[in-house]
Design a protein around this ligand. Structure first.
Ligand code: ZN
Length: 378
């Protein structure tokens, strides 16, 4: 049985302009690649999320500002809500466009809650930086938290796993005091990268204490070290927490080609990661898992990483070479050559002299994080 995919052409309307890294072209490129491979998804077209659904997580004050910005009303305090900043500029229709993305993630969650599917893929969304009263870091509304809140309102325990290279701060803060939501984010350390949070001592509050997990990783972390600490921390957390469903933010910006960050994951690392996530959901959450996309600002690597995610979820064989006509079409459009194979070529980046030091440091951080939260795992 194939994994339901949620997608609407309206997702392409979430567009901050041609100079902005969060470019809807990445979705077009991915869909074209899948189609050219003869794997075009038979997607479910989700309804747009309503204002009330957005209000399930976001404060009235923010929603009103987003609506005003969306319709060109120049309120004086938009910047205090994170709107009209360099990262999250205003564009006409931004409220409606974001509600399309939210609608997809929410509909995917409904399918899981109703038992219509176990694994689902939202081909978009993953807006993990938006907070209850703040748009931030390319994210206007938080589709993930709106979906998580729907799942937990149905009595389901949710484990949120964020593999985006940036800390999943919005999701963490929104559910910070919640007992039935575990959040786990691996990211390049906030000492070097936006949004600056996601340290190991951020472990939740009140009933949520010990249920918010962070692994801040060293810049230039490679596949081996990433996968080592991912398993070291996530497996015991899931074994203890016993979620009913996992929600996975599948950002592709930890890839070594990504221009916004300094982790060095390769497509082989991602393939392993996707295998582990599926293995964990089979073992710990009854196979229930909702995958979204997320950050990913190199079009070449992001389209390959997400093609890999899609093909793995559908249990389809992975092609070695990418189709010539797709390479030609997008090479011409982007004005540069694209990688010809699904996987990265050997020797994609220069050898890291500090490798052992980085691995030791990451291992130590994971061990300290586990020591900090374990006393609360009762
Ligand atoms: Zn990111």
């Amino acid at each position: 049985m194939s994994v339901p995919v949620f997608y609407s052409p309206h997702y392409l309307e979430y567009n901050f302009g041609p100079q902005h890294p969060f470019n809807p072209m990445r979705l077009e490129m991915l869909l074209d690649l899948l189609g050219t491979l003869g794997q075009a998804p038979l997607s479910v077209e989700p309804p747009q999320a309503t204002r009330e659904e957005v209000r399930g997580v976001h404060l009235e004050a923010l929603v009103r500002r987003v609506e005003a910005a969306s319709h060109g009303v120049p309120l004086p305090d938009l910047a205090a809500y994170g709107l009209g900043t360099g990262d999250t500029p205003i564009f006409p229709g931004m409220d409606e466009a974001t509600r399309w993305l939210v609608g997809g993630t929410l509909e995917a969650a409904r399918w899981i809650a109703r038992g219509e599917a176990r694994e689902v893929l939202q081909l978009g969304g993953g807006l993990h930086h938006a907070q209850a009263d703040l748009a931030s870091g390319f994210c206007v509304y938080n589709d993930l938290s709106i979906a998580i809140r729907h799942l937990s309102s149905q009595g389901l325990r949710v484990a949120y796993v964020d593999i985006d290279v940036h800390h999943g701060d919005g999701v963490q803060w929104i559910h910070y005091e919640e007992e039935n939501v575990l959040t786990f984010s691996l990211h390049e350390s906030g000492r070097y990268l936006f949004p600056g949070t996601g340290q190991i001592h951020e472990i939740g509050k009140a009933a949520g204490t010990g249920r918010k997990l962070n692994l801040p990783l060293e810049p230039f972390t490679e596949d081996g070290s990433y996968l080592e600490v991912f398993q070291m921390a996530l497996e015991p957390a899931l074994r203890w927490f016993r979620p009913d469903v996992m929600v996975i933010q599948g950002g592709a910006d930890a890839h070594y080609l990504d221009p916004l960050a300094e982790l060095l994951l390769t497509t082989r690392g991602y393939a392993q990661l996707f295998r582990l996530l599926r293995q964990y959901s089979a073992e710990f959450s009854g196979g229930r898992a909702l995958y979204t996309l997320g950050g990913g600002y190199n079009l070449d690597s992001s389209s390959r990483v997400w093609a890999l995610l899609y093909l793995s979820l559908q249990n389809q064989p992975l092609p070695d070479h990418l189709p010539e006509d797709w390479l030609r079409r997008w090479g011409t459009r982007l004005g540069h050559f694209l990688t010809h194979t699904l996987h990265d070529p050997e020797g994609g980046y220069a050898e890291i002299p500090r490798r052992l030091e980085i691995e030791a440091r990451n291992r130590q951080v994971a061990a300290r994080m586990l020591e900090t939260v374990r006393p609360y795992w009762r």
